[in-house]
Design a protein around this ligand. Structure first.
Ligand code: NAD
Length: 424
């Protein structure tokens, strides 16, 4: 059983180049999904803290240290940040694993890959060009000039916190913006560890700020803040709708990265063992907690039986365990809410008549008792109009459907509100 008692680490937010508590003085605990115990204390930021961070970011936009910094110098700072991330990849990965319970193997892989985003955008910082536009009136010079938006607000989810932050942060910095980040309340620590590196890289105060807190308070305050020029949201559909409602008051533009219900399709000429491995990785990697999880599997009728048999055999071998151990192949769910949600999907699939082939419950092994584990789960004969086939589980639950006719397959595979990824 996972009973390790960890020392609780106290974090502060990073605003205007300084480490600060929430103005209210309140904080909340961040729990380790493997032990179920608190390991960090995070400031509970509210609207007033968001306002403080947005003001600091606005000030940075007016500060000549950032405003007048040459594009190539901006590029060099971003490159330096990439180097610092590479040097600290192991520390960052361990913090993420402790916070979201995902395998250290995966988080380390991600943290080692993140610098590439900074190197790429560092190279683009001095290549942001406008255009000259020929007009009928040849005495008029008509041109476009690309300028920073101003303050960019970034809301990140818990499943790949620094990777998803970096997708938009590197670009926002390269274009000369200032940024306020509100990480998920379930995984706030890595953004604060990351802020230390931004500081060390030498970015002027206020260019990068982190406000921690909950979605409905700090997240909502960011969404409705009139001085945020653009919002980037990576998260669930309901969150995006809530943010959009608030952002619409100020007509704040949004960039959305939302969920998926991706089909994986296997025809009868596939090399079955290889396809099985692909499907296993597609749904059970990260315990199904990825936006591109291959959660709907379409199997050609001719290989259905053989495929299912191998799939179950291989699934039974998956080693669940401590996510910080390099041997583990599947970690726990990130939160207890996620665990309950997964069970809710399993219950609904059973009542909709799907056939439970494997899993469908929490493991009963004593060494996994302290963590929020759920068994890799396989359902066959899933109706395409059921809740399991249509909604994102964000957990280790695979729903299988048979097909024989290609047109019918394409219609069913496309019959989804989501459109993030697909595999054949
Ligand atoms: P979430 O929607 O619960 O939260 C995302 C962020 O929004 C968090 O920082 C949260 O605090 C904030 N938030 C929540 N409610 C809010 C509100 N009412 N107002 C303002 N902010 C609010 O998502 P999650 O559970 O952290 O992550 C899982 C979701 O993210 C899944 O749907 C997954 O598919 C999606 N995701 C998408 C991608 C992608 O690139 N497309 C990548 C990873 C995750």
């Amino acid at each position: 059983m996972a009973t390790t008692t960890t020392r609780v680490q106290t974090y502060q937010m990073f605003i205007g180049g300084e480490w600060v508590n929430a103005i209210s003085g309140k904080a909340f605990e961040s729990l380790n999904p493997y032990t179920g115990q608190a390991w960090a204390l995070i400031p509970d930021g509210q609207a007033e803290d968001v306002d403080r961070a947005v003001t600091a970011a606005q000030k940075a936009m007016k500060n000549s240290d950032w405003k007048n910094m040459s594009p190539s110098m901006r590029g060099r700072l971003i490159w330096r940040l990439g180097d610092l991330i590479a040097e600290n990849a192991e520390t960052l990965a361990l913090v993420e694993t402790r916070d979201n319970g995902k395998l250290i193997r995966e988080m380390l892989g991600q943290c080692k890959a993140i610098p590439n985003y900074y190197y790429y955008y560092a190279g683009l910082a001095d290549k942001i060009q406008g255009e000259t536009i020929p007009l009928e009136k040849t005495t008029v010079l008509n041109y476009t000039l690309k300028e920073p938006i101003g303050v960019v607000g970034i809301l990140t989810p818990w499943n790949s916190p620094l990777l998803l932050l970096s997708f938009s942060l590197a670009a926002a910095l390269a274009a000369g913006n200032a940024v306020v980040v509100k990480p998920s309340e379930n995984t706030s620590a890595s953004a604060l560890e990351f802020a230390k590196l931004v500081h060390q890289a030498g970015f002027p105060p206020g260019v990068f700020n982190v406000v921690t807190g909950f979605g409905k308070t700090a997240g909502a305050a960011m969404s409705s803040h009139p001085n945020i020029g653009k919002l980037v949201v990576t998260g669930g559909r309901e969150t995006a709708k809530a943010v959009a409602r608030l952002a619409s008051e100020n007509l704040t533009p949004m960039l959305l990265e939302l969920g998926g219900k991706s089909p994986n399709i296997v025809f009868d000429d596939a090399v079955v063992p290889n396809a099985v491995n692909g499907c296993i990785a597609g749904i059970f990697a990260a315990s199904g907690q990825t936006c591109i999880a291959g959660s709907r599997l379409f199997l050609h009728e001719n290989i259905h039986e053989e495929f299912l048999q191998r799939l179950v055999e291989r699934t039974k071998q998956i080693k669940m365990g401590d996510p910080s151990s390099m041997d583990s192949e599947m970690g726990p769910m990130a939160t207890t809410a996620q665990l309950d949600k997964v069970q809710g999907f399993v219950d609904s699939a059973l009542s909709d008549g799907a056939q439970l082939i494997y899993g469908g419950q929490r493991p009963d092994s004593p060494e996994l008792e302290g963590g929020w584990f759920y068994m890799p789960t396989i359902f066959d004969d899933v109706g395409n109009d059921t809740y399991l086939a249509q909604e994102e589980v964000f957990g280790p639950v695979l729903g299988i459907q048979k097909f024989i006719d290609e047109e019918d397959l394409i219609e069913r595979a496309n019959d989804s509100l989501y459109g993030l990824a697909a595999g054949i």
